[in-house]
Design a protein around this ligand. Structure first.
Ligand SMILES: NC(=O)c1ccc[n+]([C@@H]2O[C@H](COP(=O)([O-])OP(=O)(O)OC[C@H]3O[C@@H](n4cnc5c(N)ncnc54)[C@H](OP(=O)(O)O)[C@@H]3O)[C@@H](O)[C@H]2O)c1
Length: 263
């Protein structure tokens, strides 16, 4: 793999949720770009060890930090540790998230709803604020990439908490971009479509399920975690220097197509 964005070499990037799935794919691509990485995980110690091994093989400097984002009081210490790994940060990738399938009728006290919003919405909100504050104090610019989802734009049954968290993250992306543009801090979102990860592979690889999904996608296949990494590298790079407050949908055309019957 060749580096596409030479200016990313040496940049200090915190990726949350790098122990599996899309976060691990992002870490590999950013390692190829020569970034110095702070890799976050919560429970999956083997997963983060694998990611660390892979990025190290690609020649990246990387450090690992653990934090449970469902306990928001953990975030200030976590962010301070992340900043001290390489004496500051140039970029923040808010990728960690939970996919909650529930309905309001099955969650009468709203516990699942609150837990989903804490990890998917409040944690990125607070981490981004801590990142922006550090950039402003250091008199340097910075870049934030929020991993949202197509569920922020179009959703379906069972996903009220998840979709609310991702639509909220889309909104925060825009507001924070507006607030921090004056400091040279860019904030964009990445809205992936269906990307098989360890968590979903067993279901999504069933031929009937795969056919049902892929016939709705103009590009006719699922996304790959590294493709989300490529888009993240672009958003972090100077090629996107005039881009802020945008949500980059990357879904093989799923959302663009709409739910019309086949013609
Ligand atoms: N895969 C898709 O099709 C798809 C599509 C659209 C958007 N997304 C978004 O992509 C992001 C990554 O998801 P994924 O699909 O790659 O799933 P994944 O493999 O399950 O990754 C989720 C990551 O989030 C971390 N995490 C979960 N709960 C956490 C908590 N309480 N505190 C801190 N970290 C926590 C996990 O850490 P541990 O495992 O170490 O605990 C893991 O590293 C999510 O924001 C998701 O909404 C995914």
């Amino acid at each position: 793999m060749m580096a596409r964005f030479p200016e990313l070499k040496g940049r200090r990037i915190l990726i949350t949720g790098a122990s599996s799935g899309i976060g691990a794919g992002m870490a590999k691509v950013l390692a190829r770009e020569g970034c110095r990485l702070v890799l976050h995980y919560n429970r999956n110690a083997n997963g983060i060890e694998n990611t660390l091994q892979q990025v190290t093989q690609l020649g990246a400097q990387a450090q690992v930090l653990r934090c449970d984002f469902s306990r928001l009081e953990n975030l200030p210490d976590f962010f301070e540790q992340a900043g001290s790994c390489f004496d500051g940060l140039d970029g923040l990738v808010n990728n960690a998230g939970i996919v909650t399938k529930s309905t309001s009728l099955k969650d009468p006290l709203g516990d699942k709803f609150a837990a989903t919003l804490a990890v998917n919405l409040q944690a990125p909100y607070l981490l981004s604020a801590a990142f922006a504050k550090a950039c402003i104090e250091a008199k340097q610019g910075g870049v934030i990439v929020n991993n949202t989802s197509i569920h922020g734009q179009a959703t379906c049954e069972w996903f009220s908490a998840y979709a609310a968290s991702k639509a909220g993250l889309d909104a925060i992306t825009k507001v924070q971009a507006v607030e921090w543009g004056q400091y040279g801090i860019r904030v964009n979102g990445l809205a992936p479509g269906v990307v098989p990860v360890e968590r979903t592979l067993a279901i999504l690889s069933q031929p009937q399920i795969e056919a049902q999904w892929c016939e709705r996608m103009p590009l006719g296949r699922y996304g790959k975690t590294e493709e989300m990494g490529e888009a993240t590298a672009y958003l972090l790079s100077d090629a996107a220097a005039w881009m802020t407050g945008s949500i980059l949908t990357i879904d093989g055309g799923l959302i663009a197509r709409g739910n019309y019957p086949q013609r």
